[in-house]
Write a protein that binds this ligand. Structure first.
Ligand SMILES: Nc1ncnc2c1ncn2[C@@H]1O[C@H](COP(=O)(O)OP(=O)(O)OP(=O)(O)O)[C@@H](O)[C@H]1O
Ligand SMILES: [Mg+2]
Length: 240
């Protein structure tokens, strides 16, 4: 299997306080990999390091066999990595359409951009219905679809999702999970999924890493982790 992302022994600090103290993980081509762990464990810091938003102190990050830990954030987007950050930030006064087009800012081929737009609207019909609506007036779940759609407009090969289910109504979480599975499968996009909803994340991923205060505490096949007593106790609220 081809490795698309390799995160090797990475340390990351905020001032003098460490957030990652030697984290290693991999994402293989075509995989969905989940990253679970408590608040403050370092999940978002991993995504910030991959996207170049935060420089690492030591270790290496490789994407497609190329070292990227010194690259600038826009260069990293161009290489095919897109992130949906925490807190689903849409441009509230811009239409759904313009929000989506913002996602294509690193691309120049108009026909290809139109093709991506069609793909996103096909995948999220709700966005098509609300095409001209100001993004800020949409529901939380709709805004989450929009930020995922916007990330897809960059035509990524690796999609980083930071807690997409947060603030989404329980009924819609399942739809969201299905969309993530479909994007991974149909668009040939590898996914690194950070989730508070560990059960959902483990169900839709092939492998997972559980973080505890800046270190990987457990990793393995998601199906195995779902039934692991330690995981149940620490991350799944004790029951399944
Ligand atoms: N800008 C910052 N300045 C200082 N410390 C920070 C900063 N961002 C994060 N941290 C600290 O780094 C640690 C890891 O934070 P991070 O945001 O990666 O955690 P997380 O696992 O994503 O948590 P959550 O589930 O709450 O989103 C935390 O202790 C946090 O307080
Ligand atoms: Mg976070």
């Amino acid at each position: 299997m081809n490795q698309i992302l390799k995160f090797a022994d990475v340390q990351l600090y905020y001032d003098h306080v460490y957030a990652l103290k030697g984290v290693s993980l991999e994402v293989n081509e075509g995989e969905t990999v989940a990253l679970v762990g408590a608040n403050g464990a370092g999940k978002s810091s991993i995504l910030r390091a991959i996207t170049g938003l935060r420089k690492i102190k030591s270790g290496e990050i490789h994407y497609n066999g190329r070292r990227i830990d010194a690259a600038a954030p826009d260069a990293i987007v161009k290489m095919g990595i897109a992130m949906v950050p925490e807190g689903r930030r849409v441009f509230p006064y811009m239409s759904v359409k313009d929000n989506l087009l913002m996602g294509a800012f690193t691309r120049s081929d108009k026909a290809e951009i139109a093709g991506s737009l069609e793909m996103v609207l096909g995948r999220f019909p709700r966005l098509k219905e609300r095409y001209s609506q100001a993004a800020g007036t949409m529901s939380g779940g709709e805004q989450q679809m929009l930020v995922i759609g916007r990330a897809l407009m960059a035509k990524p090969r690796l999609l980083l999702l930071d807690e997409p289910s947060l603030g989404v109504a329980p009924k819609l979480v399942q739809d969201l999970a299905r969309s993530i599975v479909a994007i991974n499968r149909d668009e040939k996009v590898s996914v690194l999924l950070v989730e508070q909803n560990s059960r959902m994340a483990l169900r839709i991923s092939q492998r997972a890493y559980a973080l505890t205060t800046g270190s990987v505490a457990l990793s393995g096949n998601s199906a195995d982790l779902l039934t692991d007593e330690r995981v149940k106790h620490l991350y799944l609220g004790g029951e399944i």
